[in-house]
Write a protein that binds this ligand. Structure first.
Ligand SMILES: NC(=O)c1ccc[n+]([C@@H]2O[C@H](COP(=O)([O-])OP(=O)(O)OC[C@H]3O[C@@H](n4cnc5c(N)ncnc54)[C@H](OP(=O)(O)O)[C@@H]3O)[C@@H](O)[C@H]2O)c1
Length: 434
């Protein structure tokens, strides 16, 4: 049987998962393609210590990625290194050498994916990035092909498995944020510096890519409103439960008359919605189309083998196109050209809000807060208070009816100045169904 040769750079979690699948599933892959995918070369800084599956046969091993991107027989290079340093050089060098590229790198693709695609078009090679968002969920293929006939109007995602693990464990066990971050680090879910996950940066890069695929806009990551989960406490889950809601880090993209509103933020979502059932390190994406209405995608957002499946499937798709000499490459962004995104301020968004306070208890507090809300035309919906003995640090919650983010921000700023406030109030939007 004929072969098409690939080179794998980066043999960490994703690289090792990719090699395992290419070795253990070689027969199925060949049956599907009609030819074999042969791993010609692998590279990592400590390549000598890596286990290369023996089924792969004779494989060139190197610590120098340049030997892979210039290898005369390699037609597709998989960049599975991560970060924006060497990975960026690898992608550019591969394109220069007219090798197609498969990457799992959300950071690079969110920061300059459209420019890389332009270079790929000029070099007449292909570029694929399924593994960059939601690891094992084939959400790029869905947006690029499966529902590309639809017009997406809104998309909600749970795109960061670490945050989802922390929030769902907090909900189940009532454990603090600090303890859950430490636990995620012990389990290998979170990095030593957990900021990329819990402050929302990782989810934001993924939303840039999904929004480009779904809406055809070229988005600068910093144009997306972003808030992490650091301020969420077990108590917030108790109040959310009373309101028949839960809390998730929601990545949202919604078409409005003003344009596309984008956000990454913790939000209350009704327990009755399908997103609320997404537990632990799972990811999910809920898409609403103008014609096809709701579709929902769920699975592992990370992990060696689920992400490896995405990389191998990309290798197969690109290999097929190379083998068929297809000049009609589909853009990895699902649009021939992306439009320029004009940021729409989140302050225009209207939602009901959950406001959580910690105060030094004294008479007249509710009246004071209600006065501030009334002064901004915000209608109070409910006041909730769990039993609590500590008068000097008393938590309670107020929910308000739909209002603009601008009004709620103004109210929260004013409330934060009150002398009985222990900390600035926490304001979370209450999302409805899509
Ligand atoms: N982990 C996941 O579940 C997951 C899910 C979706 C997407 N991704 C993305 O997949 C990519 C890889 O992630 P990962 O978790 O597999 O990372 P990782 O475990 O840290 O592996 C990175 C690999 O790259 C190698 N490497 C680093 N710098 C290199 C250089 N200059 N030259 C050659 N090799 C180099 C490392 O070599 P040594 O081992 O020899 O140091 C290591 O083998 C990232 O873009 C990540 O965002 C990961």
């Amino acid at each position: 049987m004929e072969e098409l040769q690939v080179g794998i750079i980066g043999l960490g979690n994703v690289g090792s998962g990719t090699l395992a699948i290419l070795a253990r599933n070689a027969e199925q892959i060949a049956l599907k393609l009609g030819f074999r995918l042969k791993v010609a070369a692998v590279c990592s800084r400590s390549v000598e210590s890596k286990q290369i599956p023996p089924e792969l046969g004779d494989v060139m091993r190197t610590t120098d990625w340049r030997e892979v991107v210039t290898h005369p027989d390699v037609q597709i290079v998989a960049e599975l290194v991560g970060g924006t340093g060497a990975a960026s050089e690898i992608i550019h060098a591969a394109i220069e050498n007219r090798k197609s590229v498969v990457t799992a790198n959300k950071e690079i693709m969110a920061a300059c994916g459209p420019e890389i695609w332009d270079r790929a078009i000029r070099a007449r090679i292909n570029l694929a990035m399924e593994a960059s968002v939601c690891g094992g969920i084939p959400i790029h293929a869905v947006l690029r092909e499966g529902i590309s006939g639809d017009r997406v109007t809104a998309l909600y995602g749970i795109l960061n498995g670490t945050c989802n693990y922390i929030l769902t464990e907090m909900e189940k066990r009532g454990v603090s944020m600090a303890d859950l971050v430490a636990e995620s680090q012990r389990l290998g879910f979170a990095e030593a510096d957990p900021s990329a996950d819990i402050d929302g940066y990782d989810a934001r890069s993924k939303l840039v890519l999904l929004a480009a695929l779904a809406f055809g806009e070229k988005i600068t990551p910093s144009d997306i409103f972003m808030e992490g989960i650091r301020r969420i406490t077990p108590l917030d889950f108790q109040y959310a439960r009373q309101l028949q809601h839960t809390i998730r880090l929601v990545c949202g993209a919604r078409k409005t008359p003003e344009g596309l509103i984008l956000f990454v933020r913790p939000a209350l979502i009704p327990q009755s919605t399908i997103l609320a059932g997404v537990q632990g390190a799972y990811n999910a994406v809920w898409v609403k189309g103008e014609f096809g209405e709701d579709t929902f995608y769920y699975g592992w957002g990370a992990g060696a083998l689920p992400t490896g499946v995405a990389v191998v499937s990309d290798l197969m798709r690109v290999a097929r196109e190379i083998r068929n000499g297809s000049p009609e490459r589909v853009s990895p962004f699902a649009h021939e050209r992306l439009g320029e995104y004009r940021p729409v301020p989140i302050t225009l968004q209207r939602r009901a809000y959950y406001l959580r306070f910690r105060v030094e208890d004294r008479p007249g507090i509710i009246a004071k807060l209600a006065g501030i809300l009334a002064g901004r035309n915000i209608s109070l919906e409910a006041v909730l208070q769990e039993p609590c003995n500590t008068k000097h640090d008393l938590p309670f919650v107020i929910t308000v009816e739909q209002t603009s983010e601008e009004s709620i921000r103004g109210a929260v700023e004013e409330m934060a100045q009150l002398d009985f406030m222990r900390e600035a109030p926490l304001a979370l939007p209450m999302e409805t169904a899509l």
